[in-house]
Design a protein around this ligand. Structure first.
Ligand SMILES: [Zn+2]
Length: 286
């Protein structure tokens, strides 16, 4: 101590690769628990400049499907839902055991419960990483930006009627927020712009003719299906939603590009869209 010593830098090809042509900003030398010294190096990574495009891919985070895009990609929630429902059943029975039973049964049940929650979470996280990455790649492939519903909209959206106990557990979950978060940070990383639009009427407006049900409180959307009473468009409700998100998004990105929205829509939707246009964009990659 007190003197300078030169120490060989033991780094693998992987680590050297990570350091190549990047700017180190700081470093700390740390003694780890195993008695070895490690150096932690921070590097600055400049994200690519977001591409400018007036093409917009709408992404709808559905209730039954995890995500549907306006270019036809779809991740249905069935697989993850089966996994989650199975975990939920096991959890319920374990919880009963953890509250009754002998002391050792209770302890064992608690331990399994903890492990289960970790496994379920890791599966969901893995899935969210994949989905968000595929959405970003799709945007790059189409040279498009991404439009999603504003965060506050998700909650209203998933709060639609009817809501059983199972539905409640499914919605408002951290998984939806995690997927959005992943999408946002990967968007910054890959230089894809994300705009958040006001979700007012996106789930109820027909993406073909832009009409909504003329009777207040009624909707062309019924669960998983969307059936327009004006033009007869019949499709998947989340698919219709993603297309509407893309339409509203495009109108925002390119407001002078012949607004299809305002000439066709009834006055009240027009007002809603106008109102969205003012508060539409959260800073790119917010
Ligand atoms: Zn229609």
């Amino acid at each position: 101590m007190g003197t300078r010593e030169r120490i060989k830098f033991a780094a693998s090809t992987y680590q050297r690769g990570k350091l190549t042509s990047r700017v180190p900003t700081s470093a700390q030398l740390r003694k780890h628990k195993d008695g070895q010294y490690y150096i932690h190096i921070q590097i600055k990574d400049e994200p690519p400049k977001p591409i400018k495009s007036d093409k917009v891919i709408g992404v709808d985070f559905g209730r039954r499907d995890i995500a549907v895009t306006s270019v036809g990609d779809k991740w249905d929630g069935k697989q993850i839902q089966n996994v989650r429902d199975r975990y939920a059943r096991v959890r319920a029975s374990l919880q009963e055991k953890a509250s009754k039973g002998t002391r050792s049964t209770r302890r064992r049940a608690r331990r399994i419960l903890k492990r289960l929650s970790g496994r379920e979470r890791r599966y969901q996280t893995w899935l969210n990483h994949n989905i968000s990455k595929l959405i970003i790649l799709s945007a790059l492939q189409h040279n498009a930006i991404i439009a999603i519903e504003d965060l506050t909209g998700i909650r209203e959206h998933t709060n639609e009627q009817p809501r059983s106990k199972i539905e409640r557990r499914r919605s408002n979950s951290w998984a939806f927020f995690q997927l959005r978060m992943f999408l946002n940070y990967k968007a910054v990383q890959y230089g894809v712009e994300v705009v958040a639009i006001n979700p007012a009427y996106t789930s109820q407006t027909c993406s073909e003719c832009l009409h909504i049900h003329p009777v207040k409180g009624k909707s062309y959307r019924s669960g998983k299906s969307f059936k327009c009473g004006h033009c007869g468009n019949h499709c998947d409700a989340d698919e219709n939603g993603s297309k509407m998100i893309s339409i509203v998004g495009a109108d925002f990105v390119n407001p002078l590009g012949g607004s299809v929205l305002c000439c066709n829509l009834a006055d009240h939707i027009c007002a809603a869209i106008l109102q969205t246009t003012s508060g539409l964009l959260k800073a790119p990659g917010f």
